[in-house]
Design a protein around this ligand. Structure first.
Ligand code: NAD
Length: 521
């Protein structure tokens, strides 16, 4: 049973959420310490985090861990590994049930932090917290399947035991775009499987990350088992990845950083007597095919929501729409009008659909991509940002006449930028859809049964959605993760996910008795 989303049509929910935002705002700025074991460390070296909807508002000061903190946290995680993995599975699972209950109780407060720290709209923030709660209930149920000892291949005179065990201490490195759900999911899976972990949240979402660490500790995770190390990815993140104490790395983020982590982790460092397991979930260049007989009412809304929800800053976002030529004009006219109707404003306003980009760096990068895009394709639509706004806002953009090999059609921009490509046939549309190095999500709007079947066979993506939006995977219902350069492929929120945090051992015993043990020689 998944955590229900909040119904904002109810006046009482709107009032409570608005109040949570007001209360959170009045508590700013938040001081974010490191948590190593039982110590909370407030450091002089800090990062200032601004509200992306109002750049003059400081939401927090983030203490920045250095390499010595990484070593200290990992040494404690190593020391705690033995006792944590010996705790019974039901006792471990109970801790996460308690954490889920704490999150439910603080649901609006946590979502309010997401609105202020990373610019999520009310509904997007609420959905992220609901997903985080789902992971806290799903993985503790799933672990029961993997921790039973199984007897395999039995023959007379031989006993074969097959069992799964944790890997040991490891590192969780998370992105900012689903600030609670992804960090909670990777951490819960690792811990419930019996590993210990150091959490390295994204620089942009360390406040939300701190709340998770505090909730886990309050729920009863022993202090040595989980540590919280905010800091700069290229500094403390990389130190953690390189450490010989680390047995596994659960990473979600960009392709560039994911590939670097895979390379670094492949090389054993001095004193390392094991190979590191790397789980790397990375970016996408996701396409939706709109077929000739698609229901355009559905296709237009589904494309707009997938492309511009959370300003296109989702790994699953649609950044290419591949339209059959015969319906392209009709589809685009309606897509433009729908996009024009999306309100742009501060994330804390309940009516906002398009909020700010996560920070000034993203703002500069996406605006540059749009300017370069104007030289590559034809600008069909660009949403105007009201002058009164003082945040990192970029209106939604649609480009047509986009060359298939251009950066607009091939590279992840991670902003509200949609490239339109046209195809003369369904086969050509599929070839365009598959013609990128990524393979995370993809979609098809069609009423043609044979095309739906063909897409199921040939559309090479980790998550294919038919006649619906391509974002918003639900834990347990749509296990999520990419193929090719989008990731290592084991799906989060799915039945195989926990296996990556476990290693299997086979124990074979010859049970035939050969004589008797002599009492004395
Ligand atoms: P990012 O790669 O810049 O950062 C991710 C994390 O890695 C952060 O915590 C960062 O501090 C850390 N990091 C950066 N450099 C590092 C290094 N050298 N060593 C170790 N750690 C380092 O990504 P982001 O901007 O936070 O997130 C956006 C990206 O994440 C997009 O590409 C998006 O598609 C991807 N993403 C993928 C999924 C998925 O499930 N496939 C989900 C969400 C986001």
């Amino acid at each position: 049973m998944n955590e229900p989303l909040t119904d904002f049509a109810q006046e009482s929910n709107r009032a409570a959420f608005g109040e949570a935002i007001r209360r959170t705002k009045s508590s700013l700025p938040k001081e974010v310490p490191l948590i190593i074991g039982t110590k909370r460390l407030h450091l002089a070296r800090r990062l200032t985090r601004k509200n992306p909807s109002h750049l003059s508002e400081i939401v927090g000061h983030i203490s920045l861990a250095d390499p010595s903190h990484a070593e200290e946290a990992l040494a404690q995680a190593e020391a705690a590994a033995g006792s944590w993995c010996r705790l019974s599975i039901p006792a471990r699972a109970e801790i996460f049930q308690r954490a889920a209950a704490l999150m439910r109780k603080r649901r609006f407060e946590l979502a309010a932090w997401e609105v202020l720290e990373v610019g999520k709209s009310w509904m997007e923030a609420d959905a992220d917290v609901a997903e985080a709660i789902d992971t806290l209930t799903y993985y503790p149920q799933e672990i029961l399947r993997w921790t039973q000892q199984t007897l395999v291949g039995q023959v007379p005179g031989e006993k074969n035991i097959y069992q799964h065990e944790p890997l040991g201490p490891g590192v969780v490195i998370s992105p900012w775009n689903f600030p609670l759900a992804i960090l909670t999911g990777m951490t819960t899976a690792a811990l419930v499987a019996g590993n210990t972990a150091v959490l390295k949240p994204a620089e942009q979402s360390s406040i939300v990350g701190l709340h998770l660490a505090e909730i886990l500790l309050e729920a009863g995770v022993p202090p040595g088992v989980v540590h919280f190390l905010p800091g700069i990815g290229a500094e403390v993140g990389e130190t953690l990845v390189r450490s010989p104490r680390v047995h596994w790395i659960a990473f979600t983020g960009s392709k560039v950083v994911g590939l670097r982590i895979l390379r670094l982790a492949a090389e054993p460092t001095e004193g390392q007597r094991h190979l590191k397991r790397v789980i790397a979930e990375m970016g996408g260049k996701n396409g939706i095919i709109v077929d000739e007989d698609a229901d355009l009412d559905e296709a237009v809304i589904g494309t707009a929501v997938s492309a511009f929800g959370y300003q296109g800053q989702k790994c699953s976002a649609c950044s290419r729409v591949i339209v059959l030529e015969s319906i392209a004009d009709r589809f685009l006219k309606r897509l433009v009008e729908t996009t024009r109707s999306l309100p742009i404003g501060p994330a804390e306003e309940p009516g906002t659909v398009i909020g700010p980009l996560v920070d000034e760096e993203a703002f500069g990068r996406v605006r540059k991509a749009i300017e370069e895009g104007k030289r590559v394709g034809r600008l069909l639509f660009q949403g105007q940002v009201p002058d009164s706004l003082d945040g990192t806002f970029v209106g939604p953009v649609i480009f047509t006449e986009v060359p298939r090999d251009s950066f607009l059609a091939q590279e992840e921009i991670f902003g509200p930028v949609l490239a339109v490509l046209t195809a003369r046939s369904f086969e050509e549309a599929l070839a365009i859809a598959n013609g990128v190095p990524y393979a995370l999500t993809g979609g098809l709007y069609s009423r043609h049964l044979s095309h739906i079947e063909q897409a199921q066979q040939e559309f090479q993506v980790g998550n294919l959605y038919i006649n619906r939006k391509i974002t918003g995977a639900v834990v347990g219902r749509q296990p999520f993760g990419g193929l090719r350069l989008s990731g290592t492929g084991h799906k989060a929120g799915g039945p195989d996910y926990l296996l990556q945090f476990l290693q299997a051992r086979t124990i074979t015993e010859n049970t035939l008795r050969h004589g008797f043990a002599p009492l004395e020689e």
